[in-house]
Design a protein around this ligand. Structure first.
Ligand code: ADP
Ligand code: MG
Length: 228
């Protein structure tokens, strides 16, 4: 795989054990530094695709290579470690720790990972990110006392704090008004460009697609595609 490739999914077959939803991905490559939007109606497999790229879900066959590592060959612990080292994840359900403050949620990667050192530079970065997305006045508030839109923006800050090589964001603007949508997109693109990282964003917002270099419709990976 060329070094300029950040993500490569090859000969992937994936099926949920219950319900039978399946994806077949002959080849999907995303270059380093590329920005890609993933689209498709609700239930079409966008989140599943991100989970395959992140090594959260495992294919029945094929390989998922991210930043040079075949993630589907790693065991659970090594995959978790790989995610912490390489990925910034914004989940659809945010997955903030409700009993922690916004600041502690943003700094969480540094609290749980011994190899990340929490210093004054990191704290300053957390404040700057919060400022950019408009949650700086909420830093001391517990996550459970935030609106959905504020939680979403805090989750974006947490995904960006450790300057990941690959950013995977699942509908990161889904709960936001138009101004905040643009703000969140601005910061995702700005951070990706500053740290030369790759951006893969699931979105329903047709009006945001122009900002991406490429759009992938997950329907092209439906396993029963072309059959009647
Ligand atoms: P999207 O993100 O595009 O809305 P998902 O990737 O979440 O779609 O889901 C794709 C399909 O897989 C849906 O039909 C959904 O019901 C199904 N699905 C999602 N998660 C699971 C699961 N854990 N087990 C079984 N089926 C699932
Ligand atoms: Mg989804």
């Amino acid at each position: 795989m060329p070094v300029e490739t950040m993500v490569q999914l090859s000969e992937i077959e994936f099926r949920y054990p219950v319900g039978g939803f399946a994806l077949r991905i002959p080849l999907l490559e995303v270059a380093r530094g590329e920005s890609v939007a993933v689209i498709g109606p609700s239930g079409s497999g966008k989140t599943t695709l991100l989970q395959l790229i992140a090594g959260i879900s495992l294919p029945a066959s094929g390989t998922v290579t991210t930043n040079g590592t075949a993630v589907n060959l790693l065991d659970d612990a090594a995959r978790r470690e790989f995610r912490i080292q390489n990925l910034g994840l914004v989940f659809q359900e945010f997955e903030l720790l409700e009993y922690l403050s916004v600041l502690d949620n943003v700094l969480l990667p540094y609290r749980i990972h011994p190899r990340l050192t929490l210093d004054s530079g990191v704290r300053a970065r957390a404040l700057a990110l919060a400022e950019c997305v408009g949650v700086s006045s909420k830093l001391d508030r517990k996550a459970r006392k935030l609106s959905q839109g504020e939680k979403q923006r805090a989750a974006v800050c947490r995904a960006l704090i450790a300057e990941p090589r690959l950013l995977l964001a699942d509908e990161p603007t889904g709960n936001l008004d138009p101004d905040n949508k643009q703000r969140v997109l601005d910061i995702l693109f700005e951070q990706a460009s500053d740290s030369h990282s790759t951006l893969i964003v699931v979105t329903h917002d047709r009006d945001l697609l122009d900002r991406f270099e490429r759009v992938i419709d997950v329907k092209e990976f439906h396993a029963d595609r072309g059959k009647s």
